[in-house]
Write a protein that binds this ligand. Sequence first.
Ligand code: PBG
Length: 326
Amino acid sequence: MEQTRRPRRLRRDGVRGLVSETSLAASDLIAPVFVDATTDERVPIESMPGHERVPLSEAVARVEEVLATGVEAVMVFGIPESKDARGSRAWASDGVVQEAVRQISAETDAYVITDVCLCEYTEHGHCGVLEEGARSGEGLTVKNDETLELLARTAVSHAEAGADMVAPSAMTDGQVGAIREALDDAGYANLPVMAYAVKYESAFYGPFRDAADGAPSFGDRRHYQMDPANRREAMTEAGLDVEEGADVLMVKPALPYLDVVADVRREFDVPVAAYNVSGEYAMLHAADEKGWLNVEEAAYESLLSIKRAGADLILTYFAEDLADRL
Ligand code: PBG
């Protein structure tokens, strides 16, 4: 049979690597770490095999484990010793994230990013201060503009502790602008902001909410996080964050939203991050435990797909496990 085009010619060993369109490197990955002020010892996170909440005294050791795999950046999440209505431990200079970041930046070379949100710090578990919704029967919702000030304060406190980058994740309108302005005023004009720009109200955050103890005590986050049905709206969210000064745009979750990752990549010229979230991690581990697939292979393929869709960097709980083979 005569055939001019035979794609299989380039699928043989030796040439496959030469024509490969996408590559994954340890330097693309950011490893989330959980520092817990309520414990003296490491506590395994059941729904995220291989991950733990570590006490403050282990924060540096935890980050050194990450660095030993070749991954150079971490995202720090904190579980505070106490919670209140406004989440005041989020911006305390002796708060769990601030203490951890101070130690990590003094003692390691890790690039330290912090998640800026209030849900782990409020007793109701929502991402800001609450008010009665405008429509009767709507119940409580997050008060937007009052929350902005608290997020800005939190971001500045992270910068003061030594964070290299801050990542606001509350989906409060105007959060990037408010944080940018506060950082500039405090003398941190060179500190970049990675916006959780396009963050959906997703069932894939379940294991994280156990890990960080940040589940809402009532209701859900649909009044502030995005509706999974919406794709065009993602461009609005990303565009606003660019106008407000975002240096990196994040899409979250990753795998169920690769169309959105590709859209953001096409429309904007800032780096694009994708967050391969806790549920994406947990489901592969669960299937592997049942013997239904190989977690490492499936994880590698997942991250490669996220990059192929257009992400430059990936936040992932698989960072350490995969860094080895990259
Ligand atoms: C805080 C925050 C969440 C995640 C990252 N930052 C939880 C949420 O919004 O409910 C989820 C991360 C994951 O599932 O891995 N707002």
